[in-house]
Design a protein around this ligand. Structure first.
Ligand SMILES: C[C@H](O)[C@H](O)[C@H]1CNC2=NC(N)=NC(=O)C2=N1
Length: 99
């Protein structure tokens, strides 16, 4: 079992995550989930990134909710088991930022 982060811990973790990257790479809270838009050069680049992330996600048993159209991937992270956003979502967000 894993706990959802408190609002305070969530804001703190979000600030730390975003402090490492430029503002076009920032995550935000949307619909109660950790959200970021990723943009790639083309579909091939987007999909190869998704494939790499999918393999990592499967190994961790923690999976993204995502929507791909051509070179754009919208990612929403949440932890159903915790009923909110947990450390696992922030770990996955870090991995996704690195690509
Ligand atoms: C049974 C299995 O461990 C769970 O359903 C896992 C699978 N992947 C998951 N992915 C995400 N994002 N959140 C979860 O709570 C979750 N739970």
């Amino acid at each position: 079992m894993i706990n959802a982060l408190s609002n305070e811990a969530l804001e703190q973790a979000l600030t730390t995550l975003n402090s490492k990257v430029d503002s076009d790479k920032h995550w935000q809270l949307k619909e109660g989930k950790l959200y970021r838009l990723f943009k790639f050069d083309d579909f091939s680049s987007a999909f190869s990134w998704m494939t790499k992330m999918a393999i990592w996600a499967e190994k961790q048993d923690h999976h993204p909710e995502w929507f791909n159209v051509y070179n754009r991937v919208e990612v929403y992270l949440t932890t159903h088991d915790a009923g909110g956003i947990s450390e696992r979502d922030f770990k996955l967000a870090e991995v996704m930022n690195k690509g």
